[in-house]
Design a protein around this ligand. Structure first.
Ligand SMILES: C[S@@+](CC[C@H](N)C(=O)[O-])C[C@H]1O[C@@H](n2cnc3c(N)ncnc32)[C@H](O)[C@@H]1O
Length: 457
């Protein structure tokens, strides 16, 4: 008996190793359809070189089973549930998502494995949950089965039956569904093919079972994007930085450019934990200073909102005010150890963004270009390869184009070609390709702006 048990263990180890080696080839994304309005373009699911692991103080998470390079796909997965109203208020999106999950859990068409995996996700509902869903070893075995299913072409039907535990009690209350949704849901994002900016008007709340296992760091090493699938419901996670074998894969749950206190407060109120990541460790001792400087900057930003659409001279004043608030931040930065300065500075990126917008509106293009460049360099530190990197490189290129169009004799000319190349690279980092296609679209858009300006002259 003992002999056969150890034999079994070795067999499991061999099969596990084969499972890691025999990953499916990463599906290719069709870029021409990616930006379109078409629905029903689906990408096959895929799990890269990752394994489920238990971490002290943060429950289950994912680790790399080998070295992963930036841009490498680690997960492709379709949503379990989606809210129905695009860009609805958070509460409405959550209510709709809870409803969608309840329907899916109640449907006989939903494979048992999906239902079991849903109940294995992190939850704070201690009253109505069956005890089994809280046991780490049981959660891990169900989740492993779900991961295997994502990487195989087989249907999920029946796979749950192989688990050792008795079939669970499916009769859950809406409250327990809501707890899982609150702690694991995310918001989809998509690019508007016309403005080439992230289009909030199409965002939906959604739940992805495997992606729910990513734990948080304010300096994450993966990025997530949404493309293909009905309602752009397919989630694609990629490495944003080199990840060593055995290192945890971490995603940033909150806006990465909020101040230390703002991030901590959101993480505690929404997810119930205090973040001890390396960035928070750097920023914690200087938290009061950062909050005071952020308040001063915020006052200047409010002046910008009030001056929008008004006299140019007023906007020039606003630019001066913002510039001096940012100069105080840069002065405070000098008191920090040199290697911590830039990461600390990224808490104020939104101020540079505001300055860039105000300077652009005031026609102060060199200042605007400088501020957009600062945004891009801060993103590269705190949120590399993210949608923010693409956003700022695109805004920079568009600002340079406006500058050239409004002052054709400008000297030295802004290097628009270089900025477009940077946008192309940022696109490739975020999506693993498609940058050329994207830049061609952007050039077309710039030509349209130019033609419109010519008509006005
Ligand atoms: C989306 S789930 C992530 C997976 C989860 N660890 C599990 O066991 O299923 C979010 C929850 O994980 C935990 N968590 C995530 N990141 C954490 C971190 N950096 N420190 C402590 N807990 C964390 C928190 O309990 C949070 O509410």
């Amino acid at each position: 008996m003992a002999r056969s048990a150890s034999h079994d263990k070795r067999l499991v180890a061999v099969f596990d190793a084969i499972r890691v080696c025999e990953q499916r080839t990463v599906p290719v994304i069709d870029w021409t359809r990616f930006y379109g309005e078409e629905v029903g373009v689906s990408a096959p699911s895929y799990v890269g070189p990752v394994a489920i692991h238990e971490f002290e103080g943060r429950g289950l998470g994912l680790i790399a089973t080998c070295k992963i390079s930036p841009g490498e796909v680690v997960l492709i997965e379709d949503s379990f549930g989606l809210s129905s109203t695009p860009n609805g208020p958070i509460q409405k999106a959550k209510t709709e998502l809870v409803e969608a999950c309840c329907n899916k859990l109640g449907s006989v068409d939903t494979p048992l494995l999906y239902k079991a995996t849903f109940w294995c996700l992190h939850s704070e509902d201690e009253e109505t949950r069956w005890e089994g869903w809280k046991q780490t070893s049981f959660r891990k075995s169900v989740l492993h089965k779900y991961f295997d299913h994502l990487n195989s072409a087989e249907s999920a039907n029946g796979t749950y039956n192989g688990l050792e535990q008795p079939p669970p009690d499916w009769g859950k209350s809406k409250k327990s569904v809501a707890s899982v949704v609150s702690l694991n849901s995310r918001k989809t994002e998509r690019w508007n093919p016309w403005t080439l900016l992230l289009d909030e008007s199409k965002s939906l709340g959604g739940l992805w079972l495997a992606a729910s296992l990513f734990n948080h760091s304010c300096l994450g090493n993966i990025v997530v994007s949404y493309g293909a699938g009905k309602d752009h419901s397919t989630l694609v996670a990629r490495a944003a930085a080199p990840i060593e074998k055995g290192e945890e894969l971490l995603h940033t749950y909150v806006y990465p450019f909020d101040t230390f206190r703002e991030r901590q407060s959101k993480l505690q109120s929404i997810y119930g934990f205090y973040c001890h990541c390396c960035r928070c460790t750097i920023e914690a001792p200087h938290a009061s200073l950062a909050s005071r400087l952020a308040d001063d900057l915020e006052l200047e930003l409010q002046k910008f909102s009030a001056a929008r659409g008004g006299a140019k001279s007023k906007m020039v004043e606003v630019v001066k005010g913002m510039g001096s608030a940012l100069a105080s931040i840069e002065k405070a930065e000098e008191s920090l150890p040199a290697d911590l300065r830039k990461v600390w500075r990224s808490q104020f990126l939104w101020g540079d963004h505001g300055l860039a917008m105000a300077a652009q509106e005031a026609g102060l293009f060199p200042e605007a270009v400088h501020a957009f460049r600062t945004c891009a360099s801060l993103v590269a530190l705190a949120a590399p390869s993210s949608e923010y990197e693409l956003k700022y490189s695109m805004m920079l290129a568009q600002c340079m184009a406006r500058w050239t169009l409004s002052t054709p004799q400008v000297s030295p000319r802004p290097d628009l070609k270089e900025a477009l190349r940077e946008a192309e690279e940022a696109h490739n980092r975020l999506y693993g390709g498609g940058g050329r296609h994207f830049v061609v679209r952007m050039k077309k858009r710039l030509e349209e702006i130019y033609a419109a300006l010519r008509r006005l002259q």
